[in-house]
Design a protein around this ligand. Structure first.
Ligand code: ADP
Length: 358
């Protein structure tokens, strides 16, 4: 397996479109690295430059200490799995998986061993004689992953491999991919725009926007300490609520105020606000739906005007407004609430985040 380094990598397309700017990242051996961000932010272009399918405009790509900028894709020893399954329709599952080994003149016995081992890992041993047309979407995707696994490459590159599957299969395959990663001890670089996939699969996540890295960190760090409002809003589902508030001093304590609501911050946060010279200024209060609760003290109380209640089974999502700000709260299903009513909910003040206004 491999470690990779991207140093100041940039990509400008012939039409002048700048897709990736000064991308700097060290990818460690056996990492499950996720590139995530909204559509068009440069994820696929970054992956394709690593694969060698797209020329690097400037900067350096190193794989295991070797400069790879000009190395042809076949010589990089990487396997790519695409969103479309890219299977040969006239070949059986076995032959599809064996194909890349045959063209590399790997011996028959070795091919057989590798194909059967990969099929076993992916639970598709019973499908080896079928042709792609007789497979479901999920099975096809397993075969595509199997074709990548048999090559035993230095690293796997995956571009939204699950996005053609239905929701249930996607969840199943997510778990499978995690297992495969552990079992193979593989270095994986995985592109997705789905933050749930990013959070559940990644050992580290790179959040991109407009061709640049905003933050690269472990999932938990991204969730608890997002570097800015964009990352905070991108990670988490439903996404974080942002409410414009004033930072004030009241009753000898520091609070944030908005539309008749007043929340007192804890000591650590108060210190941060005073030192950051935030008193009297307007900031965004960031609070996640799961950090709003049914009970609490007056210091944490918010008045939510309920518009819609979504019942999810073990919990509900209350969508409404606090003042003029749209807010969503994830609460227990027995919480008394109906559309049109005003209810009190309580913010976990140890979990709030404050962001500068742009
Ligand atoms: P993502 O994978 O995050 O959706 P891409 O890497 O595909 O984003 O694209 C990044 C930007 O580069 C987008 O603005 C896209 O339109 C542009 N782009 C991608 N491929 C080409 C190309 N071959 N020629 C010109 N612009 C391109």
């Amino acid at each position: 397996m491999a470690s990779l380094s991207l140093v100041n990598v940039c990509k400008t397309f012939k039409n002048g479109q700048i897709a990736v700017k000064n991308f700097n990242l060290d990818i460690r051996d056996q990492e499950f690295l996720i590139l995530v961000g909204p559509s068009g932010c440069g994820k696929s272009t970054t992956l394709r430059m690593i694969a060698g399918l797209e020329e690097i405009s400037s900067g350096e790509l190193w794989i295991d200490g070797e400069l790879m900028n000009l190395t042809v894709p076949q010589k990089r020893d990487l396997s790519m799995v695409f969103q479309s399954y890219a299977l040969y329709p006239h070949l059986t599952v076995y032959e599809n998986m064996a194909f890349s080994l045959r063209v590399r003149n790997v011996g028959k016995t070795e091919i057989d061993q590798r194909v059967r081992k990969a099929a076993d890992v992916l639970c598709i041993s019973h499908l080896l004689d079928r042709k792609p047309h007789a497979l479901s979407g999920g099975q096809k995707q397993r075969v595509a992953i199997g074709s990548a696994i048999v090559r035993e490459p230095k690293a796997y590159l995956m571009d939204e491999p699950l996005s053609n599957l239905d929701a249930k299969l996607r969840t199943q395959m997510r778990v499978e991919l995690s297992k495969i990663h552990k079992e193979l001890g593989a270095t994986m670089i995985y592109v997705t725009h789905d933050q749930v996939e990013a959070m559940t699969l990644g050992t580290r996540i790179v959040v991109m926007n407009s061709g640049v890295i905003l933050q690269a960190a472990e999932p938990k760090v991204l969730y608890t300490n997002p570097i800015n409002k964009f990352v905070a809003g991108f990670i988490g589902s439903p996404s974080m609520n942002f409410i414009p508030v004033w930072v004030e001093r009241r009753e000898e304590r520091i609070c944030v105020e908005f539309s008749k609501n007043r929340l007192f911050v804890n000591e650590e946060c108060a210190k941060r606000l005073i030192e950051g010279d935030y008193l009297g200024r307007r900031v965004y209060l960031g609070i996640r739906p799961e950090d709003l609760h049914e009970t609490g003290t007056k210091d944490q109380e918010l008045k939510l005007h309920v518009e819609i209640k979504e019942v999810l089974g073990s919990e509900i999502l209350l969508h409404g407004k606090i003042g003029r700000s749209p807010v969503c709260a994830r609460l227990k299903p027995d919480f008394p609430s109906e559309g049109g009513r005003e209810v009190s909910i309580f913010a976990d003040m140890s979990r709030i985040l404050l962001f500068d206004m742009e």
